[in-house]
Design a binder for this molecule. Structure first.
Ligand code: NDP
Ligand SMILES: O=CC(=O)O
Length: 322
């Protein structure tokens, strides 16, 4: 079998795949014009990797393709309809990264509230020359209210940390109510607007879909408390980034912690990078050695099952199987 590996597949997993298959690994290539990439795509039976935009145009160039295995839980890079029409399986890696991403979201909450990167810089730059005062204080996290938009696997793990670790009050919003979160963490279901109005920390952790694209924009930032801190761990396009910039400039909210951006890698000129009250990360929610290895291994398991004609454990477009 010919397997096209893209962007991020951990080495031990890649080595294993290479034992029995013809595997070529591509990183940082222009997928519209790179000749080696396009030549291999033409023959590929399977694709495994991260963030490869799979649309009709690409599929037209991949006549043998049977399965696309994402090394991520999010699959907004896939045109599912186009894949399903061509009976090509699509898979992702849910669950195994949940705790790691929730840890990162909490890292963003703490870093933004307690201004950790800014104060770290103060110390390392040799500017800690006198006792600090209220100009350097942060805001408490414990006993505050966190609003979680998207009470799925990761949302639930954020709620668990908020409840057991920080005695926080929890509001949540998702398409459906979650009795387990209500029972275990005393989480309260709220409409989106109620959540935005009442939360000290607003955490966005939905998938990017047609419905969630630009879910949070000017109107929503205006509803938030002036002291609120906004955290985005989902995808850059779930918010209107310019509206976030404006809300921060106008003092409509107090700060933001961001792991994701409208454009990734982020434009170095992006105004968000100039703001002390914004903590920025390079989309590293699941990026620990342990979790990335597990994600690659699960993606390979999905891929190989599909190529063997078995149903992959994490098949997204179930209808191709029926
Ligand atoms: N920053 C990073 O590195 C990472 C980011 N992510 C992002 O996190 C996302 C969530 O992952 P995970 O928790 O595993 O996914 P889940 O599918 O378990 O949870 C998604 C949640 O979002 C809710 N949701 C979906 N659409 C809407 C909507 N229109 N309005 C309100 N709520 C909505 C769902 O509600 P309901 O249950 O009611 O359907 C569900 O509760 C991923 O898709 C990915 O985009 C994931 C991993 C790492
Ligand atoms: O962003 C990462 C993912 O797994 O989704």
């Amino acid at each position: 079998m010919k397997i096209l590996a893209y962007q991020r597949v951990e080495k031990p997993v890649l080595d294993d795949l290479q034992k029995n298959h013809d595997v070529q690994f591509f990183k940082n290539v222009d997928t519209n014009s790179d000749q080696a990439f396009l030549a291999f795509l033409q023959q590929a039976d399977g694709i495994i990797g991260l963030d490869l935009k799979i649309d009709r145009q690409l599929l037209d160039r991949a006549p043998n393709l049977k399965i696309v295995s994402n090394v991520s839980v999010g699959y907004n890079n896939l045109d599912l309809e186009a894949l399903t029409n061509r009976k090509i399986m699509a898979t992702n890696t849910p669950g195994i990264l949940t705790d790691t991403v929730a840890d990162m979201v909490f890292g963003l909450i703490l870093s933004t509230a307690r201004r950790l990167p800014e104060l770290n810089q103060l110390v390392k730059s040799g500017n800690w020359v006198e006792s600090l005062d209220s100009r350097h204080y942060g805001t408490d996290v414990h006993h505050k209210t966190v609003g979680i938009i998207g009470m799925g696997r990761i949302g639930f793990a954020i709620a668990q940390r908020a409840h057991h670790g920080f005695d926080m009050n929890i509001l949540y919003h998702s398409r459906t109510r979650k009795p387990e979160a209500e029972e275990k963490f005393q989480a309260t279901y709220a409409s989106l607007d109620q959540l935005l109005q009442r939360s000290d920390f607003v955490c966005l952790i939905t998938p990017l879909t047609k419905e969630t694209k630009h879910l949070i924009g000017q109107r929503e930032f205006n509803l938030m408390k002036k002291t609120a801190i906004f955290i985005n761990g989902s995808r850059g396009k779930t918010i209107v980034e310019q509206d976030l910039i404006q809300a921060l400039k106008n003092g409509n909210i107090a700060g933001a912690g961001l792991d994701v951006f409208e454009q990734e890698p982020v434009d170095p000129k992006n105004d968000l990078l100039k703001m002390d009250n914004v903590v920025t990360l390079p989309h590293i929610g699941s990026s620990t050695h342990e979790t990335e290895l597990k994600m690659s291994a699960l993606a390979a398991e999905n891929l190989l099952a599909g190529l063997r004609g078995q149903k992959p454990p994490n098949l997204i477009n179930d209808t191709v199987w029926k």
